[in-house]
Unconditional design. Structure first.
Length: 126
């Protein structure tokens, strides 16, 4: 007869190693899928106008939408003179670009009634 704590006493069964391995595989696959989705979202939105910085060229792509393009491209009709953060749509139209005399157009991106991003735009001369 053996007592607990004595040599040769019955040990509780060890957890199966396959379960931990399966968890690692599932976690790895999940992380790869999440990374792929994030990469696709980034690739799909990197040319959106709200991501433009001063010096970038854009083209009008539909009503109230601009898309970043290469400045050497034929459709590069506007250049970002300045990017101004935290302005309402009204501020964008009235005064956001007044400090930039080269700006001929204003593009505002945001939610109505909230602040957004203003791009002060000048024609590229093409």
């Amino acid at each position: 007869m053996t007592h607990t704590g004595e040599p040769g006493a019955a040990q509780p069964p060890a957890a199966p190693k396959k379960s931990k391995r399966r968890q690692k595989i599932v976690l790895t696959v999940f992380l790869i899928v999440v990374a792929a989705v994030l990469a696709l979202v980034w690739a799909a939105t990197r040319d959106n106008g709200e991501n433009a910085q001063a010096g970038n060229c854009v083209t009008e792509s539909g009503e109230n939408y601009v898309k970043i393009v290469d400045c050497g491209a034929d459709n590069a009709t506007l250049k970002v003179v300045a990017r101004v953060e935290g302005k309402t749509q009204t501020e964008a139209q009235v005064s956001a670009c007044s400090a930039y005399p080269d700006a001929e157009q204003v593009f505002w991106q945001g939610k109505e009634g909230e602040t957004g991003v203003v791009l002060c735009l000048a024609k590229t001369g093409k």
